[in-house]
Design a binder for this molecule. Structure first.
Ligand code: 7TS
Length: 399
């Protein structure tokens, strides 16, 4: 749907129409988002939060109204709970540093899962090495479903946090976040959701999910690169120390002592990407105008179609066959290296992702070095999935 809004989709790659199936890495941008960026530089640009002059006030208004948009989009209680970051990775690093500083001591436990992106593993390992926090890893079954009863068994009186992806960037597995929130809370722990692969695809409501924290990236949801979000419950964010020091995040500085700004500015040191936040809000409006439920239903039908098309091809090994699966199809071709598959498909103008997908422990779980991945966005079509299936047959014929 709405393909005409995305100018890049008209270009040719190696002489073929572009079939862009790497949306889990980043989505393409609609014209309205591209325009929002250039229009802000053309007519509004000024640094935010510090000027009495007209342009600074207008840029500040754009930036803060973007915070309101994000707040409404994920149904947070208040814009103070919306911290702008560079992306999911920075949001998770902020959590490991700041939540870790305030809520975790030596011997305290954090539960992760086998299907996490490195962004939700490495910051916690760095914290483990600094503070002696213990990481416990919840397993998945062969189909790529989280073993809920095994998660429950990992909780101990020392568990403080469960940090988990909403949707796996490799398997497409949609995790039952509300159930996990109830479980974590029953054990006196908090829940952090890596929502990088969910917020772009279906309605996400932090109150309905009852999660304590939620992280996502603008560039995976038709917005610009370099801007992301950390949502946190106000009482928890309030209790956490700043992550970085500098301008914007202070109330008063003397050489003896510095006091910090209120939420969310305490976590936003330095000049924010105010052009990015405004463009992100334009992207959110764009998705809302189409309707998140409509986007979800459409992408779900594409995913089902792709799974069926690929399952019908000989020699295709599919990973991630959960009942609740979203917008990602990962596979290997028997006897052919994933890099060769990706390179040959690229020659046909088909962009898929190959490799470990920043989830090496998950690759280890499946005993593979890498996989091929096709991931979908609202502008993809069944014809593009047919092109992928035909491309796979052509690749297989070459071996
Ligand atoms: N978490 C998940 C579940 C992700 O899929 C990604 C990016 C990140 C965190 C990190 O997001 P960033 O915006 O901070 O980089 N995933 C991918 C991917 O699957 N291919 O390229 C990036």
């Amino acid at each position: 749907m709405n393909r005409q809004d995305f100018p890049i989709l008209e270009r040719l790659v190696h002489g073929h129409p572009l079939v862009y199936l790497d949306n889990a890495a980043t989505t393409q941008k609609p014209q309205c988002v591209i325009d929002a960026i250039s229009e802000e530089y053309v007519s509004v640009n000024a640094n935010v939060h510090r000027g009495v002059h007209y342009l600074s006030q207008q840029a500040t208004e754009f930036h803060e109204s973007a915070r309101h948009s994000v707040c409404r989009f994920i149904n947070a209680h208040s814009p103070q709970e919306i911290v702008f970051t560079r992306g999911t990775t920075e949001s998770l690093n902020l959590m490991a540093f700041s939540y870790g500083e305030r809520f975790l001591s030596e011997g305290d436990e954090v539960i992760l899962t086998q299907m996490e992106h490195h962004s939700n593993i490495v910051p916690w390992q760095m914290l483990r090495d600094r503070k002696g926090v213990v990481l416990r890893i919840a397993p998945i079954d062969e189909r790529g479903t989280l073993k809920i009863e095994e998660v429950e068994k990992l909780f101990t009186p020392r568990t403080r946090l469960l940090s988990i992806c909403h949707v796996s960037n490799v398997l497409g597995t949609v995790n039952p976040i509300r159930q996990l929130a109830d479980m974590a809370h029953a054990h006196g722990a908090h829940l952090l959701v890596d929502a990088a692969q969910s917020v772009p695809h279906f309605p996400v409501d932090v109150q309905a999910l009852d999660c304590d924290f939620l992280a996502f990236s603008g560039h995976k949801m038709y917005g610009p690169t370099g801007v992301g979000v950390l949502y946190g419950r106000e009482s928890l964010l309030d209790a956490m120390p700043p992550y970085q020091g500098g301008g914007e995040m202070i109330a008063r500085v003397t050489f003896e002592k510095t006091t910090y700004e209120r939420l969310p500015f305490k976590f936003e040191a330095g000049t924010p990407d105010y052009v990015g936040t405004h463009a992100l809000a334009v992207g959110i409006d764009y998705m809302k105008a189409i309707g998140m439920t409509r986007i979800h239903e459409y992408e779900k039908s594409l995913t089902d179609y792709a799974m069926q098309r690929l399952a019908d091809l000989p020699g295709v090994i599919l990973y991630g066959r959960t009942d609740d699966k979203d917008a990602v199809v990962s596979f290997n071709l028997a006897g052919i290296h994933h890099l060769d598959v990706g390179t040959l498909l690229d020659q046909l103008g088909i962009a898929i992702r190959t490799g470990h997908h920043c989830a090496q422990p998950l690759m280890e779980r499946y005993g593979v070095e890498g996989m091929c991945r096709a991931s979908f966005a609202l502008y993809n079509t069944r014809e593009e999935i047919d092109a992928l299936a035909d491309g796979i047959l052509r690749v297989q014929r070459m071996f």
